[in-house]
Design a protein around this ligand. Structure first.
Ligand code: OAD
Length: 255
């Protein structure tokens, strides 16, 4: 963590100066960026996605094979949540930030599609997307829907699984390589709303810093990554990100 505690206003100004001078910015987001949209994060002990179930039951191929109806119903309910909630001020600020810097690569662990809905482009989805899906048995592509009934394959009647990355599965290679390359080439990396415990996504801030980038975290509480940060912007994304963009705008218009 930074040696000297600094207040949020000073930390924001430090990050804004870095953003104003940056040619390439990387933003890594996690479930926390969607919390203010009303979507639960994963690891909140009381309200999180996994508050009452073990991750192995819900986010592994073995869990799906054991109880496809239950696990598919859980993902259909998450799809419903994603469809019936909207991006918040944090997502919108990130889309705005992309228009204010020469290059911004947005890397997300989220599967809700909110960054795209907010207007961000070229989003690298490391953990897939809830809107896609394929047959657990034969692999034929078919999206889930958000109804109450189980979704079956048109070809073999198997259960459709969600197009998200489960524990033990490989990340989409193209998105992962593009994210690693961006982290190693950027001037500034912002880690927003992630606990920083799931790899390889959690390795991106460290790689960026090692390659010379300035790295900052936006989170109401410290994460597993806080010690690697140059600056901590302590607060919710829906407040801190719009303020960051407001200050950047002020600096850019004054210049
Ligand atoms: P977690 O649930 O592990 O962490 C959410 C983080 O968001 C925590 O650090 C919270 O403190 C922070 N947070 C909460 N409210 C916030 C707010 N309003 N603004 C900013 N931050 C806030 O979620 P992830 O780090 O995304 O993967 O989890 C990583 C991966 O673990 C997920 O993508 C998922 C899971 O395994 C897969 O399903 C493959």
């Amino acid at each position: 963590m930074p040696d000297v505690p600094i207040d949020l206003g000073s930390a924001l100004d430090i990050v804004v100066e870095r953003l104003a001078a940056a040619q390439h910015v990387v933003v890594l987001t996690g479930a926390g960026v969607s919390a203010e949209s009303g979507l639960p994060t994963f690891r909140d002990a009381l309200t999180g996605h996994w508050a009452h179930r073990r991750p192995e039951e819900l986010a592994t191929a073995t869990g799906f094979a054991d109880d496809p109806e239950y696990v598919q119903a859980w993902y259909r309910s998450r799809l419903r949540e994603a469809r019936y909630h909207a991006p918040n001020a944090g997502h919108l600020a990130l889309a705005d930030l992309q228009r204010r810097v020469p290059r911004l690569t947005l890397v997300t662990q989220n599967v809700d599609g909110f960054h795209q809905k907010a207007g961000s482009t070229g989003v690298l989805e490391l953990h897939g997307n809830l809107e896609s899906g394929w047959c657990f048995d034969c692999g034929a592509a078919k999206p889930l829907d958000d109804n109450d009934a189980p979704v079956h394959c048109d070809a073999c009647d198997g259960y459709i699984r969600p197009g998200v990355v489960w524990f033990g599965e490989a990340l989409p290679v193209d998105a992962l390589f593009a994210a690693l390359a961006a982290a190693e080439a950027c001037d500034v990396l912002l880690a927003v709303g992630t606990s920083g415990v799931v790899y390889p996504a959690a390795s991106l801030p460290g790689r960026a810093r090692q390659a010379g980038a300035f790295v900052a975290e936006i989170n109401p509480v410290p994460s597993a990554l806080s010690d690697e940060m140059d600056a901590l912007l302590t607060g919710p994304g829906g407040t801190v990100l719009p303020e960051l963009v407001r200050r950047l705008n002020r600096l850019q218009t004054a210049a």
